[in-house]
Design a protein around this ligand. Structure first.
Ligand SMILES: Nc1ncnc2c1ncn2[C@@H]1O[C@H](COP(=O)(O)OP(=O)(O)OP(=O)(O)O)[C@@H](O)[C@H]1O
Ligand code: SF4
Ligand SMILES: [Mg+2]
Length: 348
């Protein structure tokens, strides 16, 4: 595992450098592949996350993108220690969560909440909104009696733009956008510092997506939240994120400020991803460069040697790319890339 350059996190050059709230170092999550009914043999491992180092700064929105199966959700869940770590560390607000268990871990989890793609699947359909929200509060000992709790619920609904009468309704009585508001209210209920939003708007109509994205942005300002937003839709991430990390087959291949990443991507995979997004201006659309990736996404249970991307990379030089895994290294202020030839590729 080579992605061990956390250097940019504390880069003194950026004057508005913010404190890191959550930092992962060389994080790995491998899932065993089992065969056989009686012996239950482990015949291999899915390398879902494989050596990721990144930091999310307090108050920022960090966007995580990449193709389906590249390990985005697993990374998000590993941050909350909902997955067993195969290797590496997760440090949240100065506390190492890696070996933490039981009550101390539960207490830390109050400060990190998750919002999912399909809020219905994470909400019990037989419970009213009131019951769902109170349950969340109780789980963390925050139900302080009838009056204070009722006031807290009104406050939460108000924050996410739902009327108080929503409390007596059930999840199926709401539209997708409203259900996502309930999911967000439930996450907010316990007063978290960090919200990990895994594809928060992918299940919603385009018109509703913008409303939910705007709501997330408003709440961030109001409550000083830090976000890790996971999405396969590059447009959504561009709109909401301050910084973006691009994952490929369990590794982080590029990371930069959102504007910089979209204007000047350096990793061939990022270039290919961005070149697949249509541009609304037809003239620009006709002129722009398109990079087609050859081959399928390799299996994460048998990732390629060397650079994980070498089987599909148009710039591959076999002598180095097939054998040496490129480290995620800093190539400009706050810009990290895992490619041996990033400078040459950037210069065309
Ligand atoms: N519990 C598990 N057991 C075995 N393999 C798993 C498990 N969870 C995820 N995986 C595998 O790990 C890899 C990464 O999965 P993950 O869900 O993190 O990807 P993702 O980037 O979130 O994809 P998507 O965009 O489709 O949500 C995939 O190959 C997936 O099949
Ligand atoms: S290291 Fe080689 S194979 Fe990997 S992205 Fe760079 S040029 Fe392509
Ligand atoms: Mg996912």
């Amino acid at each position: 595992m080579t992605n061990t350059d956390p250097g940019t996190l504390a880069a003194p050059s950026a004057d508005v450098e913010r404190e890191v709230l959550v930092e992962v170092t060389d994080l790995a999550v491998h899932f065993p592949i089992k065969r056989g009914v009686v012996l239950d043999r482990t015949v291999g491992h899915v390398h879902a996350v494989d050596g990721v180092t990144l930091g999310v700064r307090r108050g920022e929105t960090y966007g995580l993108v990449g193709e389906s199966g590249c390990g985005k959700s697993t990374l998000g869940r590993a941050l909350l220690r909902l997955e067993k770590l195969t290797g590496g560390r997760v440090v949240f607000d100065g506390t190492d969560l890696s070996g933490m268990k039981g009550e101390p871990l539960r207490r830390m989890r109050r400060r990190m909440q998750m919002v999912f793609q399909d809020p219905l699947s994470s909400l019990d359909p037989r419970q009213s909104v009131e019951a769902l929200l109170v349950e969340g509060l109780r789980a963390h000992g925050l139900d302080r009696g009838r009056e204070p709790t009722a006031a807290r619920l009104r406050e939460l609904l108000d924050a996410v733009g739902l009327p108080v009468r929503a409390l007596r309704k059930y999840p199926h009585e709401f539209s997708g956008g409203q259900r996502q508001r309930i999911g967000i209210a439930r996450a907010l209920a316990v007063g978290p510092d960090l919200i990990i939003a895994d594809e928060p708007v992918s299940a919603l109509d385009v018109s509703v997506q913008a409303q939910v994205v705007n709501l997330l942005e408003d709440l961030q300002g109001e409550f000083g939240l830090t976000y890790l937003v996971i999405a396969h839709d590059l447009a959504v991430v561009r709109h909401i994120a301050d910084r973006v990390g691009v994952m490929y087959l369990g590794g982080l291949v590029e990371e930069a400020g959102s504007d910089e990443l979209y204007a000047a991507p350096r990793h061939p995979y990022t270039k290919a991803l961005l070149s697949a997004v249509p541009v609304p201006d037809p003239q620009v659309e006709d002129r722009r460069e398109r990079i087609l990736l050859s081959g399928d996404l390799p299996s994460p249970s048998d990732p390629p040697t060397g650079c994980r991307f070498h089987t599909r990379c148009p710039w591959r030089r076999p002598e180095r790319c097939d054998t040496e895994r490129p480290e995620l290294r800093t190539i400009g202020t706050g810009h990290r890339v895992a490619c041996h030839y990033a400078e040459e590729i950037g210069a065309g």
